[in-house]
Design a binder for this molecule. Structure first.
Ligand code: ZN
Ligand code: ZN
Length: 356
């Protein structure tokens, strides 16, 4: 599995005009090597793969990292690479410019003055955007935990409960059902706060008659889930019902049309156009969705500006919303796998407006 991933990376070397790739960002390292620890360095050349870490992981690498030559060192991983001569003068080495720390670049340049280090953004992400079935299984497990928690917390949501209290209950239950962590800080945005697309839970108490947007997810074996549902606590106002129906139709249309070969920006436009027809487009100001995997946000981006084309095996979110300042908001989000001729929806949480 990881050897196919290394082959995919190596097959990019010519186009990127590099002889090797330096991997420091942990999700990339995990994707390429299987390593789930917190300190590691990978150097992938045309015919070798070197993995460096410290003594805490000496046992773990034996289980996780196969097909790489492993070096354990108590000191700096860069210094160890230098001491072992893993990198030679004259080499052109690519690295992920989005994640390598500036100070580390300076260290590398000083340590290897005859090597050219070249930032190559999104190299690993583009490979990782197409998931294999093992990865899709893990995402499905993460989604299953999140769906179960959504179902379980519905009876807890009552007027007088704070957003923080609800967020804590979500977090606790995800762990209880086998999640390693929350995928991101849980969003609970009630009433007027629902107009904030990223309203993290606060001490605000949920009141009768409000909409509550819950956006949360978890991590299972490194892979993320991401779910949003908006529920009504008590009878919703007419405009709340109206915008809910528009968002749900926009989301359903986007899901029904998504398929491999489709341009991501065309998919974004399907949902946006529906919302525009109803006059609410200026209240939908974020992108339609994002790729999901070892990171919570990864390619392909589903936005107006995206240049991506959807491929079989992409796992993406579809999450349109309408946010009315001073009133509140609605967002509905599912995780889907792009397949030939369509997509597979991973979430099972109900989508009709639930009135609690
Ligand atoms: Zn989300
Ligand atoms: Zn999302």
């Amino acid at each position: 599995m990881t050897s196919t991933r290394l082959q995919k990376l190596r097959s990019q070397f010519d186009a990127l005009r590099i002889d090797a790739f330096l991997v420091t960002f942990l999700p990339h390292l995990r994707y390429l090597s299987g390593f789930s620890g917190s300190n590691g360095l990978g150097i992938v050349t045309a015919n070798a793969a070197f993995f460096l870490t410290d003594g805490r992981y000496a046992d773990q690498v034996k289980d996780e990292v196969k097909g790489w030559k492993v070096f354990i060192t108590p000191g700096s991983l860069f210094e160890e690479a230098h001491r072992r001569k893993l990198v030679q003068a004259g080499m052109r080495i690519g690295f992920d410019g989005n994640t390598l720390i500036f100070d580390q670049v300076l260290q590398l340049k000083k340590m290897f003055p005859k090597v050219k280090f070249l930032p190559k953004a999104d190299t690993v992400e583009k490979i990782a955007a197409v998931k294999d079935e093992g990865e899709i299984d893990r995402i499905t497990r993460a989604v299953g935990i999140t769906d179960r928690v959504f179902f379980e917390i519905l009876p807890f949501i009552k007027p007088g409960m704070s957003e923080l209290d609800l967020a804590a209950e979500i977090s606790y239950r995800q762990r209880k059902h086998g999640a390693e962590a929350d995928a991101f800080e849980t969003i609970v945005a009630s009433g007027e706060r629902g107009a904030l697309p990223h309203g993290r839970a606060t001490a605000k108490k949920i009141r009768h008659g409000e909409l509550v947007t819950l956006d949360f997810g978890c991590v299972y074996e490194g892979y993320h889930s991401d779910l949003t549902r908006t529920v009504a606590v008590g009878k919703p106002k007419a405009e709340a019902k109206k915008i809910y129906a528009i968002v749900l139709d926009a989301q359903t249309k986007a899901i029904e049309t998504s398929s491999s070969g489709m341009k991501a920006k065309v998919l974004d436009a399907v949902a946006r156009e529906h919302i525009r027809k109803h006059g609410y487009d200026k209240f939908f100001r974020h992108s339609l969705g994002h790729g999901l995997g070892l990171q919570i946000h990864e390619p392909p981006r589903i936005s107006v500006l995206s240049t991506a084309t959807l491929e079989t095996g992409n796992v993406i979110t579809i999450e349109p919303g309408i946010y009315l300042p001073g009133f509140g908001g609605v967002r509905i989000e599912d995780d889907v796998v792009i397949r030939n001729g369509g997509c597979e929806i991973l979430n099972r949480s109900p989508k009709e407006l639930l009135v609690l």
